[in-house]
Every structure is written in structure tokens, then in C-alpha cells.
Design a protein. Structure first.
Length: 157
């Protein structure tokens, strides 16, 4: 661990029937923010996504995330650029109190069918702190320079 970095422990459990030989999610480099998740498909071997199709891809894992944290699921940039493979609910949030199977919703936004094979790296997980808000009803909001402008109101460049 490098100076200034914090380490959070996430407990991991294998789903029944999962291929444990794939190993746990891992960071590809020392500076990686996301740990790669793999498709765990020992019973069917692969999933082929037609253009525009999506599927829930199992990882074979369950997580116990500490209170005050979440796991965000994000696309892998290489798959997105080369094949149009993305996660339609990016970032997908895994809450600290969820204990079910960790699945990844994968979508083919490309123009060709794409096959996900058992063991392929399909997404990355990023551990992030969570802050919950106290919502307060008021009669007026403070004024800002931007005001109500949105959806491109600040210009293109």
C-alpha cells in the first residue's frame, strides 16, 4: 500500500457452483482504481450478445461491503472502445446492506455480436465512500450565477 492510500476490507463469498479457479477481482496495476470482475459461467461457458442486447452476467461472488461504502460497477474502457460493450446503468451501485449474488448488466452497444466467455473480464468495481443527505424542505433556494440553466446551458466549449 502506498503512502496516503486507505485500504477497505470487503468480505467475499463464492456462490454455490461458482468456478473459484477464476480468483477474486484484482487490480491490474498499482494505480488502478477499479478491480476487474470476471464472468463466472461454468455451467454455460459463454453468452453471446447481439447488437442492442443486454444480459445479467454472473460473477460467482457475494460481497459484504462495510457501512459507509458502496461498490460501483463500471465498464472496461477497452471493451467499450473496441466493441461497444458497456453497462447501461453506469455506475451500478452495490449497497453495503446487499448480500445477494453480484451480477453485472452488460449491454452490446456495438454493431456486431459479442461473445462473453467464462473467465472474461467484463467490468470493474470501484469502492467509494457514501455520504447520506438530510433533506430539508424550504420555500426558496439560494441564487447562483447559473440559476435554472441546465442541459448544455453553459455552452459547448
Amino acid at each position: 500500500m502506498t503512502e496516503g492510500t486507505d485500504m477497505v476490507t470487503i468480505k467475499v463469498m463464492w456462490d454455490e457452483g461458482a468456478d473459484r479457479a477464476l480468483g477474486l477481482p484484482g487490480y491490474a496495476t498499482g494505480g488502478a482504481a477499479g478491480a476487474d470482475l470476471r464472468a463466472n459461467l461454468p455451467d454455460r461457458g459463454e453468452i453471446t450478445l447481439q447488437p442492442g442486447a443486454r444480459a445479467l452476467v454472473p460473477t460467482g461472488l457475494r460481497l459484504a461491503i462495510p457501512a459507509g461504502y458502496e461498490v460501483q460497477l463500471r465498464p472496461r474502457s477497452g471493451l467499450a472502445l473496441k466493441h461497444g460493450i458497456t453497462l447501461p446503468n453506469t455506475p451500478g451501485t452495490i449497497d453495503s446492506d446487499y448480500r445477494g449474488p453480484l451480477g453485472v448488466i452488460v449491454m452490446n452497444a456495438g454493431s456486431e455480436p459479442f461473445t462473453i466467455a467464462h473467465g472474461d473480464r467484463i467490468a470493474q468495481m470501484v469502492v467509494a465512500p457514501v455520504v447520506q443527505a438530510a433533506l430539508q424542505v424550504v420555500e426558496d433556494l439560494d441564487e447562483t450565477l447559473r440559476g435554472v440553466g441546465g442541459f448544455g446551458s453553459t455552452g459547448r466549449r
